[in-house]
Design a protein around this ligand. Structure first.
Ligand code: SF4
Length: 467
C-alpha cells in the first residue's frame, strides 16, 4: 500500500498515484452527473464498474457509495477494529486527496485570507461570526477572501440558476498597454495595502472569467505579483477545449490548486468526459448544475430564488468579505455574504459601491472605506442598527443570540427578557445611538450588562454602524 502524499505541490510527479485517484474521482463524477450510469450502478454495481472503463477497485467504490458500508467503516475506524492500512489503496489515497483540499480551504479561511491590516481583519472576522449564526456549518466553506476582481462587466452565459443574478455581458477589459499598466499598478498597490491575502481571491466574481479573451494574460500578471495562480470557476470550460487545457496546465506547472467547472447539461458533461482524461481533470471539481444530474443541488439565491416566497430565507454563494474591483466598469464595492432574503436576493450585503478613475484613486477609495466601515470598536454615540434578523433570549441566567441557522450563548450574565426585547426593537428600528438605546431600556436594567451585550453583538457582526 502506498503512503498518502500531497498532490497540490509544484512538480508533483507520480503518474501511477495520479492515475489511481483520477480514475476513482472520474467514477464518482459519472455517478453524480449521469442518472443512467447511476441507475445501472444501483442495479448491478459490478456491471457499472466494468462498463465505466475505469481502472477502479470495486471494494473501494462500494465503501464510498454504499451508505451502510460507509457507516460500518466509520464505526470500525472509530473503534479501531480496522485501520487505514486494512482498506483498499485507492480509497485511502482518494480520501487523503479530499482531505488535502479541505485542509487547504481551512487554511485559506483562517490564515491566508487574513488581511494584514488589523482593523480590516477584525471586520472580516466579525462578518464571519455573523455568517456562522446566519448560515451554520456552511459558513465553513466560505474563505471570506478580502479582494476579488472582475475583468468584464456582466456575463455571457446567462445561467438560469445564477446565484449573483449577473446581467448580460456588456463590456470586456482587454489587455491593452494602458489597461495592463493600470492592472499591474492596481495589483501592486492593493498588495501593499492588504498584504499577501490580496492574492487569495479570484479574477472573476459576478462574471465569467473566460468571457475575457485576455484572461490568461491578466492571470499571468497576478501570478507575477502574488506568486499565486488564482482559482478559476467557469461555466465556459467547453467553449474552447485547447484554451481550457492550457489554463489548467499553467496552474499545474506554476501553482497547483483546485479549479471548478460548472456542468450545465448532459451534452457538456459528455464533452468534458470525452475531451479531458481523468488525469487532466484531477484538480478540477465538476459541479453538477443541470436538473438531470443526480447530485444537482443549487442554492436558492439570485436567479434561483423563488420570488413568490417573499419571506423565505435562502443561502448564498458569496465567499468574500472585502472588496470587489471591477476593472471594466471601474467600480469598487465593499461586500460580505448575507442570507438570501427579499432585501438581499443575491445573498450579498453591499455596504457601498463607488467608482474610481485610476489606480491611485482606487487605493484612496479602499483606504476611505476601510476607515469608514472597519472601525475599532462599537461607538455608543453613533447609530446602532441590527445588521440582520437575529433574536435574543434569556435562558437559565445566560443570554443567547439566534441567527437563522444556529444559536450561541453570548453572556453568562442574566438580563431580563423585557430588556432584551426592547433593545432588539430599538436596534431593528436602526435610528438610535447606543446611548439612546441604553436610556430607553426598562427601569431596573443594569446598564453595565447592557453595554457589554451591545459590545458582544457588535463583535459578532450583528450591529451595523455603517450608516
Ligand atoms: S453562474 Fe457564473 S457563468 Fe452563470 S450566469 Fe452567473 S456569473 Fe455567469
Amino acid at each position: 500500500m502506498r503512503e498518502p502524499k500531497s498532490v497540490f505541490v509544484k512538480g508533483f510527479d507520480d503518474p501511477e498515484y495520479i492515475r489511481i485517484i483520477a480514475n476513482f474521482k472520474r467514477f464518482l463524477e459519472k455517478w453524480s452527473l449521469d442518472a443512467d450510469f447511476r441507475e445501472v450502478y444501483e442495479q448491478n454495481s459490478e456491471k457499472a464498474i466494468a462498463d465505466s472503463g475505469l481502472d477502479v477497485e470495486p471494494e473501494a467504490i462500494k465503501l464510498m457509495l454504499d451508505e451502510e458500508k460507509a457507516r460500518n467503516l466509520q464505526k470500525a475506524l472509530t473503534e479501531k477494529s480496522l485501520t487505514w492500512k486494512d482498506l483498499p489503496e485507492s480509497y485511502v489515497l482518494y480520501r487523503a486527496f479530499i482531505q488535502e483540499k479541505l485542509s487547504f480551504r481551512e487554511k485559506l479561511r483562517i490564515d491566508l485570507c487574513a488581511p494584514k491590516d488589523s482593523l480590516f481583519n477584525a471586520w472580516r472576522e466579525r462578518q464571519e461570526r455573523r455568517c456562522w449564526l446566519e448560515m451554520g456549518p456552511s459558513a465553513r466553506s466560505m474563505v471570506q477572501a478580502p479582494l476579488m476582481f472582475e475583468l468584464s462587466e456582466g456575463c455571457s452565459v446567462g445561467c438560469p440558476f445564477c446565484g449573483v443574478a449577473a446581467k448580460g455581458l456588456c463590456g470586456i477589459f482587454r489587455y491593452s498597454e494602458e489597461h495592463a499598466q493600470l492592472w499591474q499598478d492596481v495589483l501592486s498597490r492593493l498588495h501593499r495595502l492588504i498584504g499577501d491575502a490580496a492574492g487569495r481571491g479570484t479574477c472573476y466574481y459576478a462574471c465569467e472569467g473566460l468571457d475575457n479573451p485576455d484572461y490568461e494574460r491578466f492571470i499571468k500578471d497576478y501570478f507575477d505579483e502574488f506568486g499565486v495562480v488564482p482559482q478559476t470557476t467557469t461555466a465556459a470550460s467547453t467553449r474552447n477545449i485547447e484554451r481550457t487545457k492550457a489554463l489548467l496546465r499553467f496552474g499545474k506547472e506554476n501553482d497547483p490548486h483546485t479549479d471548478r467547472f460548472s456542468v450545465l447539461s448532459t451534452a457538456m458533461r459528455d464533452q468534458l468526459f470525452s475531451s479531458f482524461s481523468p488525469e487532466e481533470l484531477l484538480m478540477v471539481e465538476l459541479l453538477p448544475q443541470f436538473p438531470e444530474a443526480p447530485c444537482c443541488k443549487l442554492t436558492k439565491v439570485g436567479r434561483n430564488r423563488n420570488d413568490e416566497q417573499t419571506d423565505a430565507v435562502g443561502g448564498t454563494i458569496a465567499c468574500a468579505s472585502g472588496f470587489i474591483v471591477n476593472m471594466q466598469e471601474k467600480s469598487l464595492r465593499l461586500m460580505t455574504p448575507f442570507v438570501s432574503d427579499q432585501k438581499h436576493p443575491t445573498g450579498e450585503w453591499i455596504l457601498e459601491k463607488c467608482s474610481f478613475t485610476s489606480a491611485e484613486d482606487l487605493e484612496e477609495q479602499v483606504r476611505r472605506m476601510m476607515s469608514q466601515y472597519m472601525t475599532k470598536s462599537l461607538e455608543l454615540n453613533c447609530c446602532c442598527k441590527a445588521a440582520c434578523d437575529f433574536r435574543l433570549e434569556e435562558k437559565e441566567g445566560r443570554i443567547w443570540v439566534y441567527g437563522h441557522a444556529i444559536g450561541l450563548a453570548l453572556m453568562d450574565t442574566a438580563i431580563r427578557q423585557d430588556t432584551l426585547d426592547r433593545m432588539l426593537a430599538l436596534l431593528r428600528e436602526g435610528t438610535y445611538t447606543g446611548y439612546d438605546i441604553l436610556d430607553a431600556l426598562p427601569e431596573g436594567t443594569i446598564i453595565a450588562h447592557s453595554i457589554l451585550l451591545l459590545k458582544l453583538l457588535w463583535e459578532h457582526g450583528l450591529i451595523d454602524q455603517s450608516l
